[in-house]
Design a protein around this ligand. Structure first.
Ligand code: OOG
Ligand code: NI
Length: 468
C-alpha cells in the first residue's frame, strides 16, 4: 500500500510545467511546421529585446525573461459530458481550473468552451499554461440519424488511459502526487492529446459528419482529442505575422483582437492555417485538416466597462459592410475605431477601463516604516500622485470569443459559414463539466483588490476598501 505524504508531493505548478514541456516536445515532433513557428518567434523576440533594452531589463527583473519561451496555451475539442468532466479532473491535478464560458455557436462553430488555467497570482506567475477546451454541441446537428450515429461513436471511445484515471483518483484521495507518480501522470495524460492517424470510422461516415460541420468530423472520428495547436508568446506579433510567409508558413489573413497600441489590451493572436494530413479510415486512405500553430501577445485585463467598450468598437468594425475581418481595409478600420479607446495607462485607470496591481514603492515603504502614513491621505490617487504607490497592468489571462472564432476558421478553409439558431447555454455546459466556471472578470477584480488591501495593511495596519 502506498503511503501518501504531503511533504513528498510535487507542487501542482511543477506538474503543469512538466506537462506543458512534454506537450511542446510532442507537438514539435508531430508538426514540424510548429517548430519553425517557434524558431521564428524566438528570433523576433530576440530582435525586440535587442532593440528595447528597457523592456529586457524589466522582463529580467520580473522573472519573465526566463519564461518567455514556454508555451502559453493549447486547445482541444471533446465530444461528451464525461470527457469534459474527466478533463476537469485531469487539469485539476495540474492546478488548472475552468475559467470563463465562450459560446462559439454565434460565430457558426457548433461548440461551447472554457479555458482550464491557473487562477492564483502565484500560480500564474509560476507557469500560465492554459488549455482552451471546447465541447461539441451535438444538438446542433440538424439530421437526427447522423446526430445519433455521432453520439453512438463517441460513447464507444475512452480517451484516457487506465493509469491516468488511477492517478487522477489517487491525487484526489491523497491531495497530491509524489515525483515518480507526477512523471507517470504527465506521461499518461499526454496519451490523451496525441495525434492518431487512423480514424475510428469509414470514409463515408467521415464525409457525412464533415458535411454537418468540419469540426464535428474532427471531434467524432478519432480515438482522442488531439491537441490542435500550441501557442508561444511573441513580443511583436505584427513582425511575426509579416515574417511567417518568408519561412514557408501560410499565415491567416489578419491578427485577431485589438489593433496595435502603445498600451496593449486583452489579447492579440494569429496563426498559420491548419495543415492537410494523411489519415486512414477503416476502409480507405484519406486526409484530415486540424492542426496548426498560433502565437499570442497579451495586454492589460479590462474591467466590465472596458470590455463593453472593446466589444462595441469591435462590433462596429466587423459590422461595416458585413465583411467581418475579411475585408481588405480591416486593419485600417480597426485602428480608426479604436481611437475611441484611451491609449495611456493613466487614462485607462482613471476611467475604470482596466485592472492594475498596486504596490508600495521604496518611498511608500519608507513612509510606512516611519509611521507617517497613518495620518496621510491614503486614497489610491493621492498615494500614486505622491509616488508612494505604483500601478502595474494586470495581464489578461483569458480568451476572446470573436477572436477564437477567427482562430477556428484556420481549420475550416475559410469558406465554412454555418448559421445556428443557438444561444449561449452556460448552465448546460456547467452541468456537463460538473462544476461552475469562474467569472474571469471577478478574478481580475479580486487580484486588484488584494493588492489594494495589502497596501492599506502596510500603511495603516488595517485593510481599507476604497478602490478609486
Ligand atoms: C480553439 C480555438 C480558440 C484561441 O486561442 O482563441 C483558441 C480551437 O481551434 O479548438 O485556441
Ligand atoms: Ni489558441
Amino acid at each position: 500500500m502506498h503511503q501518501p505524504s504531503a511533504s513528498n508531493f510535487v507542487r501542482a505548478d511543477d506538474i503543469r510545467s512538466r506537462f506543458s514541456r512534454a506537450m511542446s516536445a510532442m507537438y514539435r515532433a508531430e508538426v514540424p511546421q510548429y517548430g519553425t513557428l517557434v524558431e521564428l518567434v524566438s528570433d523576433i523576440n530576440a530582435q525586440t529585446l535587442g532593440a528595447q533594452p528597457a523592456l529586457r531589463a524589466q522582463m529580467a527583473q520580473s522573472g519573465e525573461l526566463e519564461r518567455l519561451d514556454v508555451e502559453r496555451h493549447g486547445a482541444i475539442r471533446v465530444g461528451t459530458a464525461t470527457e469534459l468532466a474527466t478533463l476537469r479532473r485531469l487539469f485539476a491535478v495540474m492546478g488548472m481550473e475552468p475559467v470563463g464560458y465562450y459560446d462559439l455557436s454565434v460565430a457558426g462553430v457548433p461548440v461551447h468552451s472554457t479555458a482550464f488555467r491557473p487562477v492564483s497570482d502565484a500560480a500564474l506567475q509560476a507557469n500560465p499554461f492554459r488549455v482552451f477546451t471546447s465541447l461539441l454541441r451535438l444538438e446542433l446537428i440538424a439530421d437526427a440519424a447522423l446526430r445519433e450515429k455521432a453520439a453512438a461513436i463517441l460513447a464507444r471511445r475512452q480517451i484516457f488511459t487506465p493509469r491516468a484515471l488511477e492517478l487522477m483518483a489517487q491525487c484526489e484521495a491523497d491531495g497530491g502526487l509524489n515525483d515518480a507518480d507526477a512523471d507517470a501522470f504527465v506521461r499518461e495524460a499526454l496519451e490523451t492529446f496525441r495525434w492518431h492517424s487512423t480514424a475510428t470510422v469509414d470514409a463515408e461516415t467521415y464525409r457525412a459528419l464533415q458535411a454537418a460541420h468540419r469540426l464535428v468530423a474532427d471531434v467524432v472520428c478519432f480515438r482522442g482529442p488531439h491537441i490542435n495547436h500550441l501557442t508561444p508568446r511573441t513580443l511583436d506579433i505584427d513582425a511575426a505575422q509579416a515574417a511567417m510567409p518568408t519561412r514557408g508558413m501560410d499565415a491567416k489573413d489578419v491578427v485577431e483582437g485589438p489593433p496595435r497600441r502603445d498600451c496593449p489590451i486583452l489579447l492579440r493572436q494569429t496563426s498559420f492555417k491548419a495543415l492537410q494530413e494523411a489519415v486512414r479510415f477503416t476502409d480507405d486512405a484519406g486526409a484530415h485538416t486540424a492542426r496548426f500553430g498560433e502565437i499570442e501577445q497579451r495586454g492589460v485585463a479590462l474591467t466590465r466597462k472596458g470590455r463593453a467598450l472593446y466589444d462595441q468598437l469591435l462590433a462596429e468594425v466587423r459590422d461595416m459592410g458585413h465583411a467581418g475581418s475579411a475585408a481588405p481595409d480591416y486593419e485600417a478600420r480597426l485602428a480608426q475605431a479604436f481611437r475611441a479607446f484611451p491609449d495611456a495607462h493613466d487614462a485607462l485607470r482613471a476611467q475604470g477601463l482596466a485592472f492594475y496591481r498596486y504596490t508600495l514603492t521604496a518611498l511608500g515603504q519608507a513612509q510606512a516604516d516611519m509611521a507617517t502614513a497613518a495620518d496621510a491621505d491614503t486614497s489610491l490617487n493621492a498615494l500614486l500622485a505622491k509616488g508612494w504607490v505604483r500601478a502595474d497592468p494586470i495581464t489578461y489571462e483569458d480568451f476572446l470569443p470573436v477572436s477564437a472564432a477567427g482562430i477556428f476558421q484556420s481549420n475550416l478553409g475559410g469558406e465554412e459559414q454555418k448559421q445556428y439558431q443557438a444561444h449561449a447555454a452556460q448552465n448546460a455546459f456547467e452541468t456537463a463539466l460538473g462544476a461552475r466556471v469562474h467569472d474571469e472578470i471577478a478574478l481580475y477584480e479580486a487580484a486588484q483588490q488584494r493588492s489594494i488591501d495589502a497596501l492599506h495593511a502596510v500603511l495603516h495596519g488595517t485593510p481599507a476598501v476604497d478602490a478609486a
